[in-house]
Ligand binder design. Structure first.
Ligand code: 1CP
Length: 353
């Protein structure tokens, strides 16, 4: 990377640095809640688009540790968030297990037809090695008061891409499979649960200080299948991570789960949850924030719109959630059409500037 590291300060004494993001996840209420934004690195930033063009393909960027570290740090240099999130993708896991994945311009991810018996768990770490290297490279450059988040997709969400062959509107194939071929889906979910656990343990070994599990499509399932394919695999991952690394917080993001957020918190054992923007905020503050720290949940469209509507909505959320442990974030990822200036205005506001 070039120029000044992202606010890097020398760690002179033995005393561990205070990290507001980790303090929130440990249950601390803070006068100024820490913040970061889902998909904070990406196409809305011109400096990202430049490096992405130099790298060639999206996967080439994910597998180039120096470049991936650089794009991870870009948003912190501009906006001074409290946490960096590893630049990678949830589809690295299917790729590393041997299902080929291509990112086509304007089309999103395209995966080759799934053959469960051809997936090779033993390939995982070799293929994912550049991701672990990226984490080490980021930690070397990250300022002492910032935290690094590692992540993976939850087994259910990753399985939707593997079964459907890419993004989907209705998820017909996998939803039908859940009823007609449950053993086949159970096998895939079990394989992903184990691989995801191993992958996240290695991310923590390499220096990730918190983990987020993205279950972007948790909200499409009825309760019995939500229990089976969202809660149970997540609970298994969380229990292994917490046994090995009891001090590393795990944030779960069961997007669209609605009332089932309560069951998710109680039954998965996650440290904290990320709330999506469709969840009623006052209900969430009353019923969820007493169970665990929460993160969220500005509508990404309010950030795209900017101006007073954005700031009014941010103030409303701060009023609702600032009485407890809270990390300010979006309810889903930043849209690529978002003006970086809006992110600058919101960040300055959140820092009290
Ligand atoms: O062309 C490009 O530059 C690729 C765009 C892009 C980027 C910037 C993709 C393709 N992935 C990413 C990075 C990414 N993805 C990050 C790290 C960056 C950051 O947060 O700053 C993370 C955490 C993800 C996670 C991810 N990927 C999710 C879960 C979160 C969510 O948005 O719901 C999902 C579902 C994906 C799949 C994915 N990756 C990329 C695309 C186009 C998609 C499909 C999304 C869809 O089906 O709607």
């Amino acid at each position: 990377m070039t120029g000044q590291a992202a606010g890097k300060t020398e760690q002179s004494s033995q005393k561990p640095a205070h990290k507001p993001f980790l303090a929130a996840l440990s249950g601390k209420t803070q006068e100024r809640p820490p913040f970061w934004f889902m998909r904070q690195a990406g196409r809305y930033l011109p400096e990202y688009r430049k490096i992405r063009a130099e790298a060639g393909g999206f996967l080439d960027l994910c597998f180039s540790p120096d470049l991936a570290a650089e794009v991870t740090l870009q948003p912190l240099r501009r906006f001074d968030m409290d946490a960096a999130i590893l630049f990678s993708d949830i589809l690295i896991v299917p790729y590393a297990l041997g299902q080929s994945v291509a990112f086509e311009e304007g089309r999103g991810p395209v995966l080759e037809p799934l053959e469960i018996s051809a997936l090779e768990a033993k390939n995982l770490h070799e293929a994912a090695k550049p991701v672990y290297r990226t984490i080490r490279a980021i930690r070397k450059q990250l300022a002492a008061e910032k935290a690094l988040i590692g992540f993976a997709g939850a087994p259910w969400t990753v399985a939707t891409y593997m079964v459907e062959g890419g993004s989907s509107r209705e998820f017909k194939t996998i939803r039908e499979m859940a009823y007609k071929k449950p053993q086949r889906l159970d096998r895939l979910i079990a394989l992903l649960t184990e691989a995801t656990t191993e992958y996240l343990l290695r991310q923590i070994d390499a220096g990730a200080e918190a983990i987020q599990i993205f279950d972007s499509w948790a909200g499409i399932l009825p309760q019995p299948l939500f229990e089976k394919y969202v809660i149970a695999p997540t609970a298994e991952i969380v229990s292994v991570l917490q046994r090995r690394y009891p001090d590393v917080p795990v944030i779960g993001f069961p997007k669209g789960a609605g009332l089932l957020y309560q069951n998710y918190i109680a039954e998965t054992g996650v440290t904290a949850v990320s709330l999506d923007h469709t969840l009623p905020s006052e209900w969430a503050a009353r019923h969820l924030q007493k169970l665990c720290p929460v993160q969220g949940c500005l509508d990404p469209m309010a950030l795209l719109a900017g101006g007073d509507v954005m700031l009014d909505e941010a103030k409303r959320l701060l009023d609702i959630f600032s009485g407890g442990a809270f990390v300010f974030n979006l309810g889903h990822g930043i849209h690529k059409e978002t003006p970086p200036e809006n992110v600058a205005v919101l960040s300055a506001f959140l820092k009290g500037e």
